[in-house]
Design a protein around this ligand. Sequence first.
Ligand code: DC
Length: 226
Amino acid sequence: MKNSPNNQITIDGPAASGKSSIAKRVAEEKNAYCINTGEMYRALTWATLKNNIDPKCDPAGVASLLGEFNLRIIANSQDITTTLLYNDNSIIPEDILSSHVTSQVSYVAIIPQVRDWMVNKQRETKELGLIVMEGRDIGTVVFPDANYKFFLTARPEERALRRLKQTGEHPTELKLATLVESIIKRDKIDSEREVGPLKPAVDAHIIDSTTLTICDVVNKIVSICK
Ligand code: DC
């Protein structure tokens, strides 16, 4: 597969469907670079909020940041299954995972100029060789000719439970219900946008992970990619 012109494995799916952990493990198995495109949208959202721009009310303001947003995806020589995001010379801060960024990122990701810009950046990673790229539109828009495409799904309740476990929070009924609501809201915005909506490519393998472990899903993907 290394010599194939289409050297990508794409993994798409909704929020908290396990894409990040699964993509990383698949990349380890395949000795490939792993690229998390959600982090790119989060990085721009972080910059947007830092510049006091409200992405929901001022999409043109967000688009105007792109000219000076020098986001670079750098291969991590210590661990090829992770790539590092740099804006100029500073690493994008961990804040990109904060709930404030999470609540605003869909409004940034809906802006057509932003999507064009991100898709071009993502395509540049072709030069790295074999990559596992995860996101929402990777199999449909970024790499429609990829060798192997996967689309992960899971019930919102299961996804909320996994997210709470990940953050170490006790899953009270109220927390779960709030999280399910925000996951469904984010899915709706992501699936209904006009450019690059969240949807499986027609030739994607669809895997419902509701009752599967991460290991089950990774094994399934790796066996298909052989
Ligand atoms: O995977 P994540 O939750 O970190 O993604 C953050 C947001 O970015 C999510 O609301 C959808 C958006 N996104 C997107 O629109 N397209 C991608 N390829 C990746 C993420």
